[in-house]
Design a protein around this ligand. Structure first.
Ligand code: PMP
Length: 308
């Protein structure tokens, strides 16, 4: 994926993509002191709309709060700048990457508490994260030898750059073993999440997803799909899930802003259900993507229209 668009927003200004530069001794480069979001805009019948924009922006500020990173802009300013950037780049569908990080503030680990973060918003086109056709065909995954982070080491509820070292280990190992993605267990051996996605398991028409205490990032897509599945009449339970449930599931799917809703057809080489996208997964996908095509009524006000 070569992320690129004509313009990017950096510290309050829209500028040519190439002009957004940081110093090589930036704090975030050395110590991972960054927080970020992954957001998508979809081309709806009423033009491009950012999905669950306030929730993503809130999570960016929450992540920053946990690490005491000062974002010198309001949430409204970040959201309006995002809409403006989409318009300036003339994007219809977009992946949006806001980030706040400690820049050229000196190299002490104890950053000056008054230091202002550098803030960037990028918006560009990005297709299916787990590959062309993954949404229909599903993917093969493996349980990772790496666990997700322990709660008292780094908080997984913060979407912080440093957490993605764990994700890189999981995703890298999965790739070397021929899997599209790795599923990590938490430090207690229960199912946590993928390197960049939450997970749902379907058994006997009930949906199960690990709780926030399982070392997961509480995903906004996870929340969306929980609401949509309940709307469809399914029971959704947030509970601790044992590894073997992956092998005995009728259906499994992963979800995230970038990955969207991806069926899993095998885990560790063991076929899941019929070994293809299951009917409940398909129904939930249809309802999810229907939000953007207009087939699913947006009762929740989840679409933030860029040209409103
Ligand atoms: N877990 C991790 C580790 C992630 O990086 C992501 C993607 N942001 C998710 C879960 C899914 O979160 P969301 O649905 O909010 O994109």
């Amino acid at each position: 994926m070569a992320a690129k668009a004509e313009f990017i927003w950096f510290n309050g200004e829209i500028m040519p993509w190439e002009n957004a530069q940081v110093h090589v001794l930036s704090h975030a480069i050395h110590y991972g002191s960054s927080v970020f979001e992954g957001v998508r805009a979809y081309n709806t019948p009423k033009g491009p709309a950012v999905f669950r924009h306030p929730e993503h922006t809130k999570r960016l500020f929450d992540s920053a709060k946990i690490y005491r990173i000062n974002i010198n802009h309001s949430a409204d300013e970040i959201m309006e700048s995002t809409r403006e950037l989409i318009r300036r780049n003339d994007l219809k569908n977009a992946y949006i990457r806001p980030a706040a990080f400690l820049g050229d503030i000196g190299l002490g680990l104890r950053a000056n508490p008054d230091a202002k973060a550098d803030v960037v918003i990028a918006a560009f086109e990005w297709g299916s994260y787990l590959g062309e056709g993954s949404l229909e065909a599903g993917v093969d995954v493996g349980v990772s030898s790496w666990n997700r982070l322990a709660a008292n080491t780094m908080p997984t509820g913060a979407k912080a750059g440093g957490n993605y070292l764990s994700s890189q280990l999981i995703a890298g190992e999965a790739g070397r073993h021929g899997y599209a993605e790795g599923i990590a267990l938490d430090i207690h051996g229960q199912i946590s999440e993928g390197s960049g996605e939450n997970i749902f398991i379907v058994r006997n028409n009930v949906l199960y997803t690990p709780p926030t205490t399982a070392g997961i990032l509480p995903g906004i897509t996870r929340d969306t799909l929980t609401i949509l599945a309940r709307e469809l009449g399914y029971e959704v339970r947030e509970e601790s899930i044992a590894r073997e449930a992956l092998y005995l599931a009728d259906e499994i799917f992963m979800c995230g802003t970038a990955a969207e809703v991806v069926p899993i057809r095998s885990v560790d080489g063991i076929q899941v259900g019929e070994g293809k996208r299951g009917p409940i997964t398909e129904q939930i996908q249809k309802m999810y993507f229907g939000l953007f095509s207009g087939e699913t009524e947006d009762k929740w006000g989840w679409l933030d229209y860029v040209n409103a």
